[in-house]
Design a protein around this ligand. Structure first.
Ligand SMILES: Cc1cc2nc3c(=O)[nH]c(=O)nc-3n(C[C@H](O)[C@H](O)[C@H](O)COP(=O)(O)OP(=O)(O)OC[C@H]3O[C@@H](n4cnc5c(N)ncnc54)[C@H](O)[C@@H]3O)c2cc1C
Ligand SMILES: *[C@@H]1O[C@H](CO)[C@@H](O)[C@H](O)[C@H]1NC(C)=O
Length: 572
């Protein structure tokens, strides 16, 4: 039982650090007992015997990994989708209940009484969802990583017809794809998504969760009714817009800074069965965005699309890769670029949902026909296909499996996500394509509009501060070559291109750096900064409330250290 030995050595280490006082000893013993008593099979370790803890077998019923707190297999928690940062934690916890997480946080918070220099004082805690962050956001250097995937479960409530929503109570470690499967059994589904579904509920709600439905329903955080959260002081709080509202709003897009979400109540709607999925090509960026904005401005009702995204088709490779998940028969090849007389194309992607009744099938063709007739894409360059709803939502999985089969999934991903004010989107895209030399880009570049009014400004999520109802989500989702590992110059080149784009676009001043051009006022989504002043700049007018909420809910800065916003504190 290797990891038990690991735990034993770590305990020895902890106990050998000279405790500063009797209180310190007591508290550290208290913490150790917590560490120990959760994992029955390891109780015969000498350390446990020494301390004389009571034994409990109650968690060891599944015969699986008996060491739910492990000090040995920590390397897995030092990897994320970005493969740029790799920080090992001191330990990994696979909790069996929210209460167990709360006990750990209470113990760590209580240990603040220990003098500086004592080990416990520096302990930080990161919840890890699916680990699909880019910049180590779910890592806890020398701290404790809590694997939220051990908390699973979906409970569905069907609206009783007297008004009110259907909803799902979901353990935060659940993946969206599993929530979809459960809800579909009852003919229901969440209405706001991310492009990729193998992400955890707690992970995307800590950011925003955006996709082609966002312009219509808002981000995923706008579709949550209630949360259970464990704060940085170990308090388990149920919150909603009606109850403990401040903590509710703080946590939505809160980057894991105010508490660990253990349960979320997600709005469900009747699930459509099929999707009419359309892509149309443009050679002119202005026309492309004009049509996107036209689509967004259509009524929310039957006359509008249910999904709208768009992307830049920078080269033949991008053209080929789109056909992997978009199963149209129409062949698309390099000649499209020649025919269009351009090196870069722009593609609008829309979807209209429907059920399979004959009426609706005929109707969806009519409605999409009407919508399409108002668009000004390159004549003839429009493609459409009908697929089951779940396949449409799960479309990125097809690309994942393809990339995996070619060894191109587990590579570094220097992704950049930005929210760009509407009036700056052309300028932004021009700068982007200038900085990145498009022909070398491997991976999609998404560009699509969303509506400000669908975001709740009380929430922590940061969006541009201008007043325009529309702003753009831009995702530059590049893969590095498999050999461009963390620290290599080829990866650093890609990262510094990203930084250049951030530098030219996030300045909000009327006069930019070169004293001639005004700043663009863009904001990073899934932001990554390492300096406090950069975060201050990022949060902008929300910095004050961010600090207030941090002091209220996580005064020792224990939570989500991988975001690198505030350093661990010693005293509240
Ligand atoms: C292939 C791919 C496609 C993507 N597509 C989209 C997209 O279309 N739209 C979009 O919005 N995003 C997208 N993302 C980004 C994704 O939403 C974020 O990376 C998100 O953080 C991933 O969720 P996760 O469960 O992996 O989170 P993790 O990486 O595990 O965690 C992210 C952050 O949240 C914290 N956290 C995790 N769980 C909790 C919890 N229960 N309570 C409190 N804090 C918690 C962590 O400590 C960390 O700081 C995509 C990512 C990938 C890799
Ligand atoms: C923001 O929060 C305040 C205080 O809780 C509340 O009165 C107000 O309705 C909230 N606004 C929105 C848009 O939710």
């Amino acid at each position: 039982m290797g990891s038990c030995n690991g735990r034993f050595s770590a305990l020895i280490l902890i106990s050998m650090t000279p405790p500063p006082s009797r209180v310190g000893v007591l508290i550290s013993l208290f913490i150790m007992s917590l560490l120990l008593c959760i994992s029955a099979p390891c109780m015969h370790s000498p350390a446990a015997a020494l301390i004389g803890l009571s034994r409990s077998e109650k968690y060891n019923t599944d015969g699986q990994d008996p060491c739910r707190l492990s000090f040995l297999d920590t390397a897995a928690a030092a990897i994320d989708f970005g493969r740029i940062y790799h920080h090992n934690p001191a330990a990994i916890l696979r909790p069996v209940s929210a209460e167990e997480i709360a006990r750990f946080l209470r113990a760590i918070y209580a240990s603040r009484a220990l003098a500086t220099g004592y080990r416990q004082e520096y302990l930080t805690v990161a919840a890890k969802g699916a680990g699909h962050s880019i910049h180590g956001q779910a890592q806890a250097p020398d701290g404790l990583v809590i694997e939220m995937s051990s908390l699973r479960g979906v409970r569905i409530h069907v609206a009783d017809g007297a008004g009110g929503y259907s909803y799902a109570d979901v353990a935060a470690g659940e993946l969206w794809v599993d929530l979809l499967a459960e809800a579909m059994k009852l003919g229901l589904a969440p209405r706001s998504w991310t492009d990729y579904l193998y992400l955890s509920v707690g992970g995307t709600l800590s950011n925003a969760g955006i996709s082609g439905q966002t312009f219509r329903h808002g981000p995923q955080i706008s579709n949550v009714l209630q949360l259970d959260i464990i704060t940085g002081t170990g308090e388990l709080v149920t919150c909603s817009p009606a109850e403990n509202a401040d903590l509710f709003y703080a946590s939505m897009g809160g980057l894991g800074q105010f508490g660990i979400i253990t349960r979320a109540r997600i709005i469900l709607e009747p699930a459509p069965q099929k999707v009419k999925w359309v892509r149309a090509l443009y050679s002119d960026f202005e026309q492309f965005t004009r049509d996107q904005e036209l689509l967004v401005s259509m009524d929310d009702g039957a006359a509008s699309v249910d999904y709208l995204e768009g992307f830049v088709v920078v080269n033949n490779e991008a053209m080929r890769s789109w056909s992997i998940s978009f199963p149209t028969d129409t062949p698309l090849d390099d000649s499209v670029f020649n025919d269009a007389g351009t090196e870069i194309l722009f593609c609008i992607e829309i979807a209209k949902y429907f059920t399979q009744s004959d009426d609706e099938t005929a109707d969806v063709d009519k409605v999409t026909g009407r919508i399409i007739s108002r668009l000004s894409f390159i004549p003839g360059l429009i493609y459409s296909v009908e697929v089951p709803y779940a396949d449409f939502l799960n479309r990125v999985r097809v690309e994942e499996l393809n990339l995996r089969s070619r060894g191109l999934w587990d590579v570094p991903h220097p992704w950049l996500n930005m929210f760009v004010p509407r009036r700056q989107i052309q300028r932004f895209t021009t700068s982007l394509l200038k900085i990145m030399s498009p022909d070398t880009v491997k991976g999609p570049i998404l560009v699509y509009p969303v509506k400000r009014s669908k975001w709740n400004t009380n929430m922590s999520a940061v969006i541009p501060e201008d007043k325009d109802e529309i702003f753009y989500a831009v995702g530059v989702l590049r893969s590095a070559d498999p050999l461009c590992l963390a620290g290599s110059s080829c990866l650093n080149d890609l990262l510094s291109q990203n930084q250049q784009i951030i530098d030219v676009s996030t300045n909000a001043n009327e006069i930019g750096n070169d004293k001639s051009e005004p700043g663009m006022g863009a904001k990073q989504y899934l932001a990554h900064h390492s300096q406090e002043w950069q975060w201050k700049n990022h949060f902008g007018s929300k910095w004050g409330i961010f600090l207030q909420r941090k002091a209220r809910y996580d005064p020792l800065n224990i939570l989500a250290p991988g975001q690198r916003i505030l350093n661990r504190n010693h005293r509240a």
